[in-house]
Design a protein around this ligand. Structure first.
Ligand SMILES: NC(=O)C1=CN([C@@H]2O[C@H](COP(=O)(O)OP(=O)(O)OC[C@H]3O[C@@H](n4cnc5c(N)ncnc54)[C@H](OP(=O)(O)O)[C@@H]3O)[C@@H](O)[C@H]2O)C=CC1
Ligand SMILES: Nc1nc(=O)c2c([nH]1)NC[C@@H]1CN(c3ccc(C(=O)N[C@@H](CCC(=O)O)C(=O)O)cc3)C=[N+]21
Length: 308
């Protein structure tokens, strides 16, 4: 007789963890407010992409919930690069704005790199400016990209000390894969990055204690990529068409899926993040955290007394 025992997998609750981070942020904002400073976050959104509008709305809602002032700047795709650069210059100089986020991707008419580098590195709450990227690689205390910061927090809460663990990151983008590698290296992991040119990526991933999936391909990572007992962080946010049955048959509906095949991976993983409710809420929580960190740093640089 054979019994199939399904290993019990731990669900890593990103929503709950994000609420804990936001509670810490709200506490810091309270201290700042008591000293007469309200942190301010400017969010710039260009174009009509519905998903971007949802994210920006969520960011503004969370900012307000923790007591951060938000300034929203929306434009249609006729906005020129010169106009955008001029807005950034104004925001750089505005003392009420401590953080600037320009929602990506930008329309093809605008040079993304030029825009990111125009943001004052002290206000670069995405952590995409060269000064912050370089600082992160060197292990300096700089503004760090929100999504990898959120992933690190989830891993630390799930695994405790990460020293000596082999972490495999699937994807090498500037936004997720590369900064994730730096953070895990500083946490004393052995780090491997996989990408579209990797040879036999599955065999490499199967050696990992930790797998971070940031590929942008729905359900690409299944159980065959994982060592039993691996901890899996799914960064992917993919909107896929969902079949509609019954009364509304034929209607077009979409749902979110990750880069990990959750049902399959859950059979072998020790712990795994869901999509939605995993990394997404952590990204937003760390945007708020970065806004507070930026506010404190700007006060230090201005030679004002340190804020707590
Ligand atoms: N939850 C959140 O808050 C966020 C989620 N995301 C999501 O994360 C995912 C990744 O985003 P992002 O990093 O911006 O994506 P990019 O498209 O910039 O990068 C994808 C990476 O995956 C690699 N890749 C593609 N195909 C394969 C393959 N078959 N095998 C191995 N590697 C492959 C690419 O390799 P190569 O470099 O060789 O082309 C590239 O490095 C997306 O689903 C995105 O929506 C992104 C940001 C925030
Ligand atoms: N300058 C810039 N910085 C970014 O950080 C940035 C960006 N541009 N462009 C787009 C990507 C994507 N991103 C997400 C943030 C939150 C969720 C999120 O909250 N997701 C929810 C679900 C939301 C939904 O239902 O659509 C969840 O996973 O539970 C997802 C994705 C930030 N990005």
């Amino acid at each position: 007789m054979s019994t199939t025992t399904q290993a019990s997998v731990t669900l890593i609750d990103g929503k709950a963890c994000a609420e804990r981070v936001l509670a810490e942020v709200a506490e810091s904002v309270k201290h700042l407010a008591a000293e007469g400073t309200i942190p301010g976050l400017a969010v710039v959104l260009i174009g009509e992409d519905p998903a971007s509008h949802v994210y920006v709305r969520n960011k503004i809602r969370k900012a307000e919930a923790v007591g951060i002032h938000s300034f929203e700047h929306r434009f249609d795709t006729t906005l020129s690069q010169a106009e955008l650069l001029s807005l950034i210059d104004t925001l750089n100089k505005d003392p009420e704005v401590n953080g600037i986020l320009v929602q990506l991707p930008l329309p093809d008419t605008i040079d993304e790199e030029a825009v990111i580098q125009a943001i004052d590195p002290l206000k670069d709450v995405d952590g995409f400016h060269h000064a912050n990227v370089g600082g992160l690689v060197q292990g300096r205390d700089v503004l760090t990209p929100c999504t990898p910061s959120g992933c690190l927090r989830l891993l630390q809460e799930t695994c405790g000390d990460l020293t000596g663990k082999h972490a495999v990151i699937v994807g090498r983008s500037n936004i997720v894969g590369k900064p994730m590698a730096s953070l895990l290296l500083h946490a004393h992991c052995s780090v491997t990055l996989l990408h579209s040119r990797s040879v036999n990526p599955k065999a490499i991933a199967r050696q990992a204690d930790i797998v971070v999936a940031a590929v942008g391909r729905p359900k690409m990572i299944d159980a065959s990529w994982l060592k039993p007992g691996a901890v899996v962080i799914d960064v992917g946010i993919n909107r896929v068409e969902q079949a509609v049955d019954g009364e509304n048959k034929g209607e077009r509906k979409t749902r979110l899926v990750g880069d990990v095949d959750f049902a399959s991976a859950s059979q072998v993983a020790k712990a795994i993040t869901p999509v939605p409710g995993g990394v997404g809420p952590m990204t937003i929580a760390y945007l708020m955290q970065n806004t507070v960190a930026a506010t404190k740093r700007q006060h230090r640089q201005a030679g004002q007394p340190a804020l707590t």
